[in-house]
Design a protein around this ligand. Structure first.
Ligand code: G3P
Ligand code: MG
Length: 351
């Protein structure tokens, strides 16, 4: 779909600001829009044909489905036409690791379709931990007590022969683990043996987490344990059964690289016709202000503040943060009740 952008004042001026929206606790709670999010997003378009007025992206630590599918689902829920390029998920930076693990056996963990996510990024030998675990009889001694599982996983012969003969080179925690006990058990196996039971290995396979969120806002009134909590559990257990400390890398907010990447994506959404000579640095569009609208002080606000200019942080009260005043440790540049109020503020300031 082609789109044209314009600044609020004049359709011929390039946009001088952009917006990054957190999803959980700002735009949605579970699958329900909150804080007037459909109305707020609607204001970023010129008309009902979907001509975009303000460059914006979703900058979420969540995930579990490919960006194209998430864009489609968000479009349906929010009533605007969202492009896959506007969706930056916690696992989106895993793409950068394709060259390193392109043909290696890698295991993808988490809710949704973690192996599909990795395959779409270009990893040619990615299997979900469900598929992988189903290749080993009795790998989970508690499986028979797990009433929610049917015990049946669609399995092709490739995974069976691959799992028994090839070493796992990396595990990627793509989204929140559905079955902590099974996943921690199988990950400990993989990290200790490379996935080949009984083998001793000199180097632990690589381990990547899409985010390190201790808690996040879902449908339940109080925060729920996130991927950071799962990481602590795995790390604590691994170091109790293994002489070496767990080696891992976590992606997602608040890492400054996430905000730098969001800036690049926002720049790329501005058509070159707006990139007039006096606003171009090295061929790139320059924003005067980029707004991060988030609900989690230690993730969204800390990240935006660490990223520095041109980021401006706005904290809503619809998610993890529920305080009256600003957050003490990670104070935002602005605190509002809802995302609709945040967009209203931005339009008043920029308009
Ligand atoms: O699992 C999702 C959660 O960790 C955070 O999502 O959209 O608030 O960054 P979000
Ligand atoms: Mg959030």
């Amino acid at each position: 779909a082609s789109r044209s952008y314009s600044h609020l004042r004049s359709p011929s001026q390039r946009p001088s600001f952009g917006i990054a929206f957190d999803i959980d606790g700002v735009i949605l709670r579970g699958n329900t829009p909150i804080g007037g999010s459909p109305q707020a997003l609607g204001r970023l378009y010129h008309d009902s044909f979907g001509t975009l007025k303000v460059p914006y992206v979703f900058l979420t630590n969540g995930g579990g489905v490919p960006e194209s599918k998430r864009a489609f689902e968000l479009s349906k829920l929010l009533g605007v036409n969202i492009l896959p390029s506007q969706v930056i998920q916690g696992h989106t930076p895993f793409k950068q690791l394709v060259k390193r693990f392109e043909n290696d056996l890698i295991i993808a963990v988490g809710k949704g379709e973690p192996a599909t996510v990795m395959s779409e990024y270009g990893f040619k030998n990615a299997f979900s931990i469900d598929e992988y675990a189903s290749c080993f009889d009795n790998i989970d001694p508690l499986a028979q007590f797990k009433k929610w599982t049917t015990g049946h996983v669609n399995q092709n012969n490739t995974i069976r022969s691959t799992a028994c003969t090839q070493r796992v080179q990396a595990a990627f925690i793509v989204s929140d683990s559905v079955d902590w006990s099974r996943d921690i058990q199988v990950l400990c196996d993989i990290l200790r043996t490379g996935g080949l039971p009984g083998r001793e290995i000199a180097h632990q396979p690589s381990l990547y987490f899409a985010n390190d969120d201790l808690e996040y806002q879902a449908v339940f009134p109080s925060e729920r344990l996130g991927m950071g909590a799962f990481r602590i559990a795995l790390e604590s257990i691994f170091s109790s059964i293994h002489p070496n400390a767990l080696e891992y890398t976590s992606f997602g907010k608040p890492n400054p690289s996430v905000f730098r990447n969001a800036e690049t994506v926002l720049m790329e959404t501005v058509p070159s016709s707006y990139q007039s000579a006096n606003h171009v640095t090295g061929g790139n569009h320059v924003f005067r202000t980029l707004y991060m609208i988030g609900d989690n002080p230690s993730v969204d606000i800390k990240g935006a503040k660490q990223a520095g200019h041109p980021w401006f942080s706005i904290l809503t009260r619809t998610g993890v943060f529920k305080g009256k005043e600003n957050h003490a440790e990670h104070p935002a540049d602005l605190v509002v009740d809802t995302v609709e109020e945040a967009v209203d503020y931005i339009f008043r300031k920029e308009g």
